[in-house]
Design a protein around this ligand. Sequence first.
Ligand code: UDX
Ligand code: ADP
Length: 464
Amino acid sequence: MKIKNICCIGAGYVGGPTMSVIAQKCPEINVTVVDLNEKRIAAWNDEDVENIPIYEPGLSGVVAEARGRNLFFSTDVDEAIDKADMIFISVNTPTKTYGIGKGMAADLKWIELCARQIARVATSDKIVVEKSTLPVRTAAALSDILHNTGNGVKYHILSNPEFLAEGTAVEDLHAPDRVLIGGDYTTEEGSKALQALVDVYAHWVPKENILTTNVWSSELSKLTANAFLAQRVSSINSLSELCEASGADVAEVARAIGKDSRIGPKFLQSSVGFGGSCFQKDILNLVYIAKSFGLNEVADYWEQVIIMNDHQKRRFAANIVKTLYNTVSGKKIAMLGWAFKKDTNDTRESAAIYVADYLLNERAEVVVYDPKVTSAQIYADLDYLGSRSEEENRNLVTVVNSPYEAIEDAHATAILTEWDEFKKLDWDKVFESMLKPAFLFDGRRLLERNEMEEKGFKFYSIGN
Ligand code: UDX
Ligand code: ADP
């Protein structure tokens, strides 16, 4: 089975970059990425590739190479579905905010809508690939909908979770540690469908790095990978508090344990807390699945990763209040960074949102600078929490275009995202323009304590 036309439903942080790289590496396959969001598609089609809606180093170059050749962005979902031999579903799967499983289970509304749309439109056999991260056994639900509401055409469901990390998406897609494909290898037709997707990736990924499993293992592996990664961050963050209390330094502890080849050095960077669209959502998902099987100890074990992360964000904010003589009311606090990590404009679940919310509850005046996040996004993130009116958020929070504007006359400066440009700021100038004592809170361990204290800052750094 040779794939000629691919359609991807969802032009977001996963669908956009993944399909761009597939198109770049497979020039003989036509790849059409569709989305209901007209503005997003218009931005993907913007003549100037620097204006594509997702900021990822290297992505604009990939889009420039393939767009118009065999990579297309469109809002005509039906046409793209009908033409495709293989359809990726890469739509949002947020945590449910209502009803059964509220605050834990994934909301599969968008997935189901896609399945119903495919079933309505398709007139030839399709391979349907779950790209979005989904709870175990979602493939069964998809298959059910497709086969019961379709036009009698055949569907093969594959699970192909994406492991790219934002900020390094292009690098991760070009040289993935592994590609994982789950399918039904017990039947001849299922094996052919699996092989068709293996052949797509084999254009650039070494065969030994393409793993095939059954569908459930693939779905669960994705949740597990994210849970393990998040658990490492929560583990080191839990020790950061112990380091602060005991006089140890969490970076030294991380270096010492990371040298053990069984532990390894990666993902041991203590921070103000992990964010991003995946970690929290996927762990909640795992917790929900475990609970639904009655596995309460398993659920509690993983839930603790999130409890620790929430604690880390809260304790960072509380420390600012405590250090500023127990009140930040009417004080100007400069926040450097809003994105959940550097090199992305994504703010989903960013620690900065929760730290700002805490400080605003303490009546601080917050001034934010982030090199890639728009003010509209920052206000939308705060409004979404519903802690205060939209008007109050706009009165209390100012978004500025330069870090120096943010810190001018500030009582305290807090680093929330590890953008490289913050390392290179003129910290003497920052010190001069802040109110004294000049408090500096480093939530990313970006700066050196000795250097900052020599300049005169009252310096706090996580885990040190
Ligand atoms: C993650 C997974 O890494 C990726 O494989 C999956 O496909 C999606 O979820 P992402 O959320 O994009 O990717 O970023 P990641 O680099 O994993 O960082 C997640 C959060 O953890 C960020 O807020 C980051 O700042 C934080 N983090 C990461 C730490 O605080 N310390 C670390 O050592 C590593
Ligand atoms: P992710 O990080 O998983 O890529 P995003 O929220 O960035 O998630 O992207 C998901 C995209 O899917 C959004 O742009 C949304 O408009 C799109 N989408 C959701 N449901 C549908 C649908 N039924 N048809 C087309 N696009 C959809």
